[in-house]
Design a protein around this ligand. Structure first.
Ligand SMILES: Nc1ncnc2c1ncn2[C@@H]1O[C@H](COP(=O)(O)OP(=O)(O)OP(=O)(O)O)[C@@H](O)[C@H]1O
Ligand SMILES: [Mg+2]
Length: 326
């Protein structure tokens, strides 16, 4: 397996008028090449600080960090030519230049031959819906247009590894959709993306692997399936029948909950059943399913726990933990 990030006990402190803030503590993780890796967690958790260490804008207070096989302490310059960092906001673009001239300027920093650069600029302006606005001064761009230009700026040198810190912030639904497609395209081309977002649906749609950070520490990490397995206390099934079942549906002793069947628009009936992860409950569930067979089962699906729920579970778990301590 090829890793683009290898972080070992990475920490970063900030000294604020004598008080030391531990923004990030002992982070150990790896990111595999060609994947989208999500760094999730509440405001102030340490996500941007972690990203800034990986993209060499901030030195760690301690710990080891390799980016694209290079040591951040020794090979900062080599790393910088191969990465892109999307941070958005009001800085990082030249307001007195047009959108196109901004991209020409940033492209020239990477010494991209003019003909290649002009072609790339056309491509990204088109892909990001900025072709018509390309000659306008950037200061006249709307917030979302600036963000689109930021995206083009980040991609102009075709970086191997991309850091995207809340990239869809300020984008309209179409821009959000475009950017998500771009991220998936980049991944398909073998690029790696490290993403932070507060949009759990976005993370669920895009991320291959996720690390949850709180108070500067990794609380949990894994693929979405692994997190679901870890946090799901019960399996939830949705069963679709073409006939309304004549069964007495009530709360059962072994913790299985069968919800009242509902008839949906196509005339079929849906029953939701939660089954605790115990052998007894699973066996009883099997019996329930066989009882439902005469009512013509059209579909039986296991419903996955949404990432949003996993997030809330993690955050509330942490709160409970803090309360116990205090
Ligand atoms: N330059 C700095 N000086 C002092 N403290 C800082 C600095 N940068 C970050 N911090 C502190 O470090 C902690 C982590 O901040 P960070 O910006 O990494 O959080 P985040 O997870 O990106 O949050 P958000 O979701 O709000 O963007 C916060 O307590 C923040 O106040
Ligand atoms: Mg941040």
């Amino acid at each position: 397996m090829e890793y683009v990030i290898k972080a070992n006990k990475l920490s970063r402190e900030f000294n604020n008028k004598g008080t030391v803030k531990k923004a990030v503590q002992d982070l150990t993780f790896t990111v595999q090449k060609g994947t989208i890796f999500g760094l999730l967690g509440p405001n102030g958790a340490g996500k941007s600080t972690t990203i800034k260490m990986m993209n060499t804008l901030l030195l760690p207070s301690s710990g080891e960090l390799e980016v694209l096989g290079y040591n951040i302490y020794k090979d900062e310059k080599k790393i910088r030519t191969k990465i892109g960092f999307l941070y958005g906001g009001e800085t990082g673009l030249y307001w007195q230049l047009s959108g196109r001239d901004n991209l020409r300027y940033f492209g020239s920093l990477f010494k991209i031959p003019t003909d290649v650069l002009e072609e790339r600029i056309d491509y990204w302006l088109g892909r990001l819906g900025l072709t018509n606005a390309q000659h306008q001064l950037t200061m006249r761009y709307s917030k979302g247009m600036k963000q689109r230009l930021h995206i083009a700026r980040t991609l102009i040198h075709e970086p191997e590894l991309l850091f995207m810190d809340e990239p869809t912030l300020g984008l309209d639904p179409e821009g959000t959709k475009d950017l998500r497609e771009i991220m998936l395209d980049l991944k398909a081309r073998g690029k790696t993306i490290i993403l932070t977002t507060h949009d759990m649906e976005e993370a669920e749609e895009l991320c291959d692997e996720i690390a949850f950070i709180m108070d500067g520490r990794i609380i949990t990490k894994g693929t979405i399936e692994e997190l679901q397995e870890m946090y799901e206390e019960e399996n939830r099934y949705e069963i679709e029948l073409s006939e309304y079942p004549k069964l007495s549906m009530k709360k059962m002793e072994n913790g299985i909950i069968i919800e009242t069947p509902i008839t949906v628009s196509n005339g079929n009936t849906i029953i939701n059943i939660s089954v605790p992860k115990t052998q007894v409950a699973e066996r009883v569930f099997g019996e329930i399913v066989s009882q439902l067979v005469p009512f013509n089962i059209r579909q039986l699906v296991r419903k996955k726990m949404e990432l949003r729920k996993i997030y809330l579970e993690i955050v509330s778990g942490q709160t409970k933990g803090n309360q116990t301590v205090s």
